[in-house]
Design a protein around this ligand. Structure first.
Ligand SMILES: *Cc1c(COP(=O)(O)O)cnc(C)c1O
Length: 353
């Protein structure tokens, strides 16, 4: 770091993205991307949009907001598009947490803590139960802006809409941000609740279920007043926060419902196969409702399992963090990738016995 860096930033430990090594070809199951390419219709619109790139995009992103609002059954004034959902989270931290308090679980998406530190928010960290379940009663009058990933990462565990509603009712004076990055893989969305609760922000991404991680597209869905708060941050930092290309790809992905349903169903089927086979090989596996499984096996630490899999050409993620150090998080791949993973874990289990 240089001597010029703002003093408060010198102590930050920023988010560490999953590795993208190039030393050999890996079966890449470490960053929860979709194994499937973008929808053909998304690609068609993306190509057609290329020539318009000498112009700035519409900063209100009206075209894609109209499509999304109709799909979600909300008004277009309830939707804000962002550069990946991380930016929607960042806007929420800037709007509600800077100099105040952010509330989240001890085991959840690592970025919540990074944002809290970056924006100078106090952190109220609420432990999950031993089995990784989240007790919604622990969040009554939480004393700050609440961030909940549903399904949670990296455990994959899902809360019901009723449980989300309990958190909303228990926090009339706090904003509650529900991060639905993985909701399309089997959960019920909280989006309809935005009509009933003026303290709810639902955050969605096109990076997982919509096969567009490289495009960087996300959205916030909320009561119009909350959207105006987030827009204030957007227009004060980066008015053209989404690329023109991103808009076209996003519209294509939203309109190609058939491809979306097909790829999600395939990922869900492969997830269930992975859970079953890993359990058969002696792993403990959480009941993930996401596009990854969270697994451990007695006698092998998460780091060892990660290294053994990497040696066999399969990349997964492990977390050097108390409580989950024995686990690895494995993204659900296509058939070929799932078979490669299961062959590798099978071999590792045999070698250790
Ligand atoms: C992947 C992920 C995100 C961020 O996705 P973007 O690529 O920034 O849209 C946000 N929250 C959770 C829980 C995630 O897993």
């Amino acid at each position: 770091m240089s001597k010029f860096l703002k003093a408060e930033y010198k102590e930050l430990s920023p988010y560490v993205p999953g590795e993208q090594p190039k030393d050999r070809a890996y079966v890449k199951l470490n960053t929860n991307e979709s194994p499937f390419p973008p929808s053909p219709f998304a690609l068609k619109l993306l190509r057609e949009s290329a020539e318009g790139n000498n112009l700035y995009p519409d900063p209100e992103y009206t075209a894609i907001r109209n499509v999304a609002a109709e799909k979600l059954g909300v008004g277009k004034e309830n939707v804000l598009f962002t550069n990946g959902s991380d930016e929607a989270l960042s806007f929420a931290y800037a709007a509600y947490c800077a100099g105040k308090t952010a509330v989240f679980a001890d085991i959840t998406y690592g970025f919540y803590e990074v944002f809290a530190d970056f924006y100078g928010a106090k952190k109220k960290i609420i432990p999950l139960k031993k089995d990784f379940t989240l007790c919604v009663n622990d969040y009554k009058n939480a004393g700050g802006t609440v961030f909940i990933a549903n399904p949670n990462a990296p455990t994959g565990l899902l809360l019901t809409t009723e449980e989300i509603e309990t958190v909303l009712k228990g926090n009339p004076d706090n904003v509650v941000v529900v991060d639905e990055a993985y909701i399309d893989f089997g959960g019920q969305s909280a989006v309809p609740l935005i009509k009933k609760y003026d303290n709810l922000i639902v955050v969605r991404t096109f990076s997982k279920s919509r096969s567009l991680a490289g495009i960087r597209l996300g959205m916030a869905i909320a009561d119009e007043k909350l959207i105006k708060d987030l827009k204030l941050v957007k227009y004060s930092t980066n008015p053209y926060n989404v690329s023109g290309a991103g808009v076209y790809a996003g519209i294509g992905a939203l309109l190609d419902e058939e491809y979306f349903l097909f790829t999600c169903a395939k990922i869900i089927a492969n997830r269930e196969k992975m859970k079953k086979e890993l359990a058969r090989q002696g792993f403990s596996v959480t009941d993930s409702a996401a596009n990854f499984v969270f697994a451990k096996r007695d006698g092998i630490s998460g780091e060892k399992l990660y290294l053994a899999l990497k040696e066999k050409g399969v990349l997964v993620r492990y977390f050097n963090k108390r409580g989950i150090e024995d686990y690895v998080r494995i993204t659900v791949g296509n058939d070929e990738e799932v078979n490669a993973l299961l062959t590798a874990t099978g071999e590792i289990v045999k070698e250790k016995l």
